[in-house]
Design a protein. Structure first.
Length: 111
């Protein structure tokens, strides 16, 4: 599966070493998409997150972190499967997406 979009993307390819600066210290709310190479639902979530990142630019940053490559880091945040989404605000976890309407979760977590 090719995870590199063939179009410009508003989603940031995350790096574990840069996450404290990019994610935790961000003035914007941050949605972290924990994903893995063998995760077909990733392909379903990606276009929705792209739309969110574009439409809410300046309010929300979307960062994508491959937990297959960063298992220890993912464990810090309770990630035991993927895909998983977490909303960070002010450096703290403000919400975990565990199914249902993604749009409703984002709206609720942003409030």
């Amino acid at each position: 599966m090719n995870t590199t979009p063939e179009y410009p993307t508003a989603i940031v390819e995350g790096d574990v070493s840069a996450f404290p600066e990019e994610g935790l210290k961000s003035a914007e709310a941050v949605i972290v998409h924990f994903w893995g190479n063998r995760c077909p639902p990733f392909e379903l979530i990606e276009p929705i997150l792209e739309q969110v990142a574009t439409e809410l630019a300046g309010k929300v940053k979307v960062i994508k972190l491959n937990i297959g490559e960063n298992r220890d880091f993912a464990t810090q945040y309770g990630v035991d499967g993927f895909p998983m989404l977490a909303m960070f605000k002010g450096g703290e976890v403000a919400g975990i997406y565990d199914g249902g309407s993604l749009g409703s979760w984002i709206s609720h977590a942003m409030a």
